[in-house]
Structure formats: C-alpha cells, structure tokens
Ligand binder design. Sequence first.
Ligand SMILES: O=C(O)CCC(=O)C(=O)O
Ligand SMILES: [Fe+2]
Length: 171
Amino acid sequence: MPNSQATAFPLHQDSQYYGKLSQHAHIITVWIPLVDVNEVNGCLYVIPGSHHWELIDSARDENQNMRSFVNVEERGTPIPLPMKAGDMLIFSNMTFHGSQINQSEAVRWSVDIRYCRSRGTYTPTELEQAGEDFMYEKLIRTASRIPMVVSGQGEKWSYDEWTAARLAASQ
Ligand SMILES: O=C(O)CCC(=O)C(=O)O
Ligand SMILES: [Fe+2]
C-alpha cells in the first residue's frame, strides 16, 4: 500500500516465516509484480549469495513482519531489482529479500507463488525430507491453504517422460 510501513517487508528469509525445520527444504518463491516496480514504489531487493547462509534467528515486529536479530546488511548488500509487470523473480527460501516503503500514490500489486517438490520425485537427505514433510503438514493443517499438487500420473516421471506423454495425448 502507498506510504505504509506495515506493508513493506524488512529483509528476511522466507523460512523465517515458514518455521525453522523448513530451512532444509527446497522451496521456491515466484514473485510477479502486476505493475512496473522500481525503487520508488517498492521493488524487491535481494542480497546476492545469501541463499548459502544459515537460517538467521528472527522474531515478528509490531506489524507481524519478521526482523532478524543481526544486521544482515553487514554481511551483504541488498540490490534493488526494478521489474516490469508480468516479469518473474525466482528465489529460494533462504535468500534474503525485502521491500521498502511504497512512496508512490498507487498500490504496488504483486503475486507470490510457492513451490515445494513432492515425495517420490527425488531422493532427499533425511533433513530435506523432514523439512519438506514439515511444510506439507503445515499447509494441510491450515485448511485455507491446501496446496495445489503439480505432478505427473504414476510415479517418478522425468521431465522428458512427461513431455513425451503429453505429446502422445495431444495427437
Ligand atoms: O511483496 C513484497 O514486498 C515482499 C514479498 C515477499 O517477501 C515474498 O514474496 O516472499
Ligand atoms: Fe518473502
């Protein structure tokens, strides 16, 4: 929202919001602005390389936004990412990102989509599996947010198999 501190996001890792166990999962955020965005109206900033960092401890502030306990800007420099409406920014649950106050008069509309791979399509480590099960359980428990499952029919389809099957079905 224009000139609102509450709707600007302090630099954070999405796993700070999801919960500690999620740090071992591989989750992708797809962020899509529906209007052109720049440093004036609240484009996103990311800290390059921060997806390699550990999960930084944090707590919610008075606006329910996560605040890290350390000053992450001492470890890396946030880079502004101006984008056009409909562009896509893709980053991991461990990438530090945020936005600043929208100083324009218009709402900065955007959509964000999360993707977490599902069981049976890969061989996870124990921690990855624990993290991804944690996310799945959490989403299922929150009735309003039942995840959409994207999968092939049958098991363990590779992308090539999936593409071939789709082609065959369309002929
Ligand atoms: O829209 C914003 O300003 C922040 C978005 C964000 O943090 C996210 O999509 O994970
Ligand atoms: Fe985020």
